[in-house]
Design a protein around this ligand. Sequence first.
Ligand code: FE
Length: 338
Amino acid sequence: MFGLIKTTLITTALLTVATTPVLANEVNVYSSRQPKLVQPLFDAFTSETGIKVNVSFLKKGMAEKLKAEGKRSPADLIMTTDISRLNGIVEAGVTQAVQSETLSANIPAQFRDPKGQWFGLTSRARIVYASRTRVKDGEVTTYEDLADPKWKGRICIRSGTNAYNLALTSAVIAHHGKEGAKIWLIGLKANLARKPSGNDRAQIKAIFAGECDISIGNTYYMKKMLENPDQVAWADSVRIVFPTFKDGGTHVNLSGVALTKAAHNKDSAIKLMEWLSSGTAQEIYAETNGEYPIKPGTNPSALVAAWGTFTADTKPLIEIAKLRGASLKLTEQVNFDE
Ligand code: FE
């Protein structure tokens, strides 16, 4: 009896598979990006192409989850922020390369993996928020300046082991070598007004409260503060300064996308990747989350444009990603957070 039911079920299942061709009209995404940031993009993609996008939000552990799921993973694409996280997922062996003329044309070479394993979709600069009243124009112009004793007791920053700060320290290593970066970290630590704690916005709140005069944070947090009635005053207490490396530009990081090795809807997934790099998508991104679009010829939102222009540092992001281990080691060696 049971055997019969089982056989019938299997037969039905086989028939279903045989008679229903895989239409590949959906894409499954694991995203660490907030729902409200990516949903408008997926909605626009679906209405344009008819391809449904299912998204699971994962705050952490994306590489581990994909590894554990192996070939059975439902995910076709992963979307996350930070170059080291993207690179970490690639190094976990759970992605596959994509060759696409559209992606190559839309995404400048420094914002994608040379082997096609990951593609940047937006960028953000890691900059200085300076007190409007206590820091004069031109007083801080370089990342190297942040280690100058003139800032003693005046800087606030989140944990040195946070991904954004590790990427910045990796960039310092790329410019000044490990020894130079260690000296920089020691100098920066000596200038801190308090032990690193809280997120990027907590540091700006501290400037507002008079605890420190400058902080380091990502650009888009200015937009987030301006949209939150409780935080507008924090935003109004600072101005954005785009520091540069003495021999380079402003440190940028990115958010990006990669095709999973397990992808069951590969064609649709690549379509979504390509669409996310299009002008339409890049402008939705720019308006929604206050990041910088990366497709040449697309503009940031009016608010973001008003912060001024900058020249992005040209050290390849893949090099920055690979220095993460060295950067973490130095940060721990100098007891940055203690
Ligand atoms: Fe962030």
